[in-house]
Design a protein around this ligand. Structure first.
Ligand SMILES: [Zn+2]
Length: 201
């Protein structure tokens, strides 16, 4: 057996794991010891999966969702309703909405939300690209599905102000989602209902 008690190697692993979101020192230690005791193949599968995701996944040039081919699965899917675009802040929100099975249109991922405190305005988000999609395509409705918190509401208000003059219906997810909560943590039924019962702005 190799000398796995090389303190520096172990410490490096603990440091890297500790940088991951949601992983405190205790969890980092638990994962590190699991990997120390696992066979080399388990460790290799994990490290390969991390490298592969970094090498193969990029942003879809149309909607900025994650993609492994040129475009993402949603943009490539000819059965999707191209007259509706659902605007979300992060790619993980696309997964949350897809899980509900209640939505069959396209998406546009902003890459964040308007946050004056963090110096993030519309120019730092994919707003320009959204507006050019709306100019080029036969989109009749835009659903604003940013989180129901202060920044999400600010972003939705801004977008509705710039999109409505284009003659496109703008709607917002129905209330019922926990205020201040994240879309990705809403259960599928609640989120599905919020999409179906969306209100026109
Ligand atoms: Zn796409």
């Amino acid at each position: 057996m190799s000398d796995y008690r090389d303190d520096r190697a172990l410490q490096r692993l603990l440091d890297e794991l500790g940088r991951l979101p949601g992983i405190g020192p205790k969890s980092a230690q638990r994962i590190a010891y699991f990997l120390l005791e696992a066979d080399i193949e388990t460790a290799r599968r994990l490290s390969n999966a991390i490298i592969e995701v970094k090498q193969q996944v990029h942003f879809c040039p149309i909607c900025f969702n994650y993609a492994t081919r040129e475009h993402c699965d949603v943009c490539d899917d000819v059965s999707r309703d191209r007259s509706v675009i659902c605007v979300v802040s992060e790619p993980r929100d696309v997964s949350a909405i897809e899980r509900t099975g209640s939505y069959h249109g396209l998406y546009h991922v902003l890459g964040g939300v308007i946050s004056p405190m963090d110096k993030i305005g519309p120019e730092q988000l994919h707003v320009k690209e959204l507006l050019s999609r709306l100019a080029d395509n036969d989109v009749s409705e835009v659903i604003l599905a940013t989180n129901p918190d202060v920044e999400g509401e600010t972003t939705a208000t801004y977008l509705s102000r710039v999109i409505r003059p284009l003659g496109i219906d703008v709607s917002r997810l129905a209330s019922g989602l926990p205020v201040g909560g994240d879309l990705e943590y809403a259960d599928e039924v609640t989120l599905g209902r919020a999409i179906e019962a969306r209100r026109t702005l």
